[in-house]
Design a protein around this ligand. Sequence first.
Ligand code: FAD
Length: 450
Amino acid sequence: MYAYSYDMSFVKNRLPGYVAMPKTVEEVQQIMKMANRTKTPVIPYTAGSNIGGLCIPEKDGSIVMDMKRMNKIIRIDEESRFAVVEPGVSHAELAEELYKRGLRFGWPVGPPSASVLSCAICHGIGGITGRYGLNSEQITSMEVVLPTGELTRVGSCAIQKDAWHSLLPLPLVGGLFTGWLGTTGVVTKLGIFTPAVPPHVEIVTTATDDLQDMYKYMLEFSRYEAADDLTAVSWWLSQVPIPYPYKEKPKDAPEWNSYAVLYAYTEKELEAKVEMFERTVKNQQKNGSSLQVTQYPEEAKRARTELPSQIVGSTKNYSKQAGGGISWPGTFTPANKWVPVWEKWREIYKKRNLSPSVRVTMYRGTHYGMLRAMTPINKQYPDQVENSRMAIVEALKVLLDEGGIPYKPPVDFAKEIYSRADPGYVDLIKKVKDFLDPNEIMNPGKLWIR
Ligand SMILES: Cc1cc2nc3c(=O)[nH]c(=O)nc-3n(C[C@H](O)[C@H](O)[C@H](O)COP(=O)(O)OP(=O)(O)OC[C@H]3O[C@@H](n4cnc5c(N)ncnc54)[C@H](O)[C@@H]3O)c2cc1C
C-alpha cells in the first residue's frame, strides 16, 4: 500500500485502505458494486505517472484499483488501422506490436511504462499531435464500468459488439469519460485510431534569442500543417537533466530551440515539406527575426522519432538533480499568449531559484498548444517541495488570467479552475457527476466542484 501512497509530485502522501488488482471486467464490476454499497472511494490507477497526485487518495480507507493486470491488446486491425486495448497495456507494449505492422500512435515523451488508455482518456499529448490532434481525439470506441457497477459501451461497439471503429455518428457520449480524471467510471477497453508510419522522415531544427521570434516562426510554419510535431523548448529544458536550482543561461546560448518532425510518404512530399520550412525561415529572417537553422545531434533526432523513448521519457532526465520529484503547470494555451505567460513564468521561477524549463507545442488545426513548465522537486526537503509547489501555483494563476487551461490538474489547480468557472458550467458538471456517481465514490475530491 505504501507504493500507492505517493507519486513524483508535490501532493502529500496518503495510504490507501486497500489495493485491488482486478483481472477481468466482471471483477471490476464486483468491486464497484461493493464499493457503492459501502460508500468506499475507488481510484482507478494504471502507472501513477500523471505527476499531479491524481491517483493519491483524498480520503482515508480508499480502494486504489490498479488496472495493470488487465493488459491485453485485444485487437489490431491493420486494414482499418485501429487497435483495441485494455487499461494495463503500456506505450512500450503497444508500440512494439504496432511498429511490426507499420502503424503508430501518439506516444508521449513520458514514461514508456505508462498506460495508452489512461493517456488517451486524460487528453494526453504525443508525437503526432501536430498532425492528428490530441490522443483523446483518436478514441474510436469504449467499454466502461459505471461507478454503480453497470457495464456500458460507447461508440460503434455499442451497436455491434465487434465494431470498434468509430465514436461518430452517435451522440458523443465518450465525453462523459474523457478529461474526468477517473471520476466518472472505469474504462475497461478502448479503441484507438492507429495511423500508418510514413517511410520518410526529416527533423528540422532552429534556435532564436527569444520566444517572440520562436512563436512567430512556429505560427507561420504551422499554417502548412507539415509537421507531425512542432515543439520548442527553453534553454533550461534543453539541458539534461534540468538544472536544479536555477542556473544562469550562458550569454551566447539561444534562449529557445525548436524541432519539427516532418514525415512523408514519398521523397517528393518530404522535399516539399522541407521547402515549406526553408521558405518560412527565409521569410522570418527577412522580417528581422533572430531565427537560425541549427544542427541537431543524431541521438537527439532519434529520440524524436523512436518513441516511446527511454531517452526523453526517462524521468531522471528531467529531475535527476532534484532527486526525482517532478510536477508541472501543464496547459492548453492560445499560442498568442505564450509570450506574455512565459515572461511572467520566467520571473516567477527565477525568483524561486528554479529553472524555467518550458516547452511549447503547436497542436493541430487552430493556433493553440501546449505550454508547460517541467518543475523538479526535491522531495527530501519539505521547504523545497513547498517552494516548487508555490512556483507551479503562481504560474497557474498567471496562465488562467490569460485564458490557458491546465490539463491533468492536481487538486490545487482544480480549485483555481472551478473557482473561476462560469456557474452554469460548474452546475452542469455537478449534475453529470451526481447522475453517474450518486454516492460520490469515484476518485472523490479530484474535480473540486464542491
Ligand atoms: C517525465 C514525464 C513526461 C511526461 N510527458 C507527457 C507527455 O508528453 N504527454 C502526456 O500526455 N503526458 C505526459 N506525462 C504524464 C504521464 O505520463 C501521463 O499523464 C500518463 O498518461 C499517465 O499514465 P499512467 O498510466 O501513469 O496513468 P495514472 O497516473 O495511473 O492515471 C492517470 C489518471 O487516469 C485515471 N485512470 C487511470 N486508469 C483509468 C481507467 N481505466 N478508467 C478511468 N480512469 C482511469 C486515474 O484515476 C488518474 O486520474 C509525462 C510524465 C512524466 C513523468
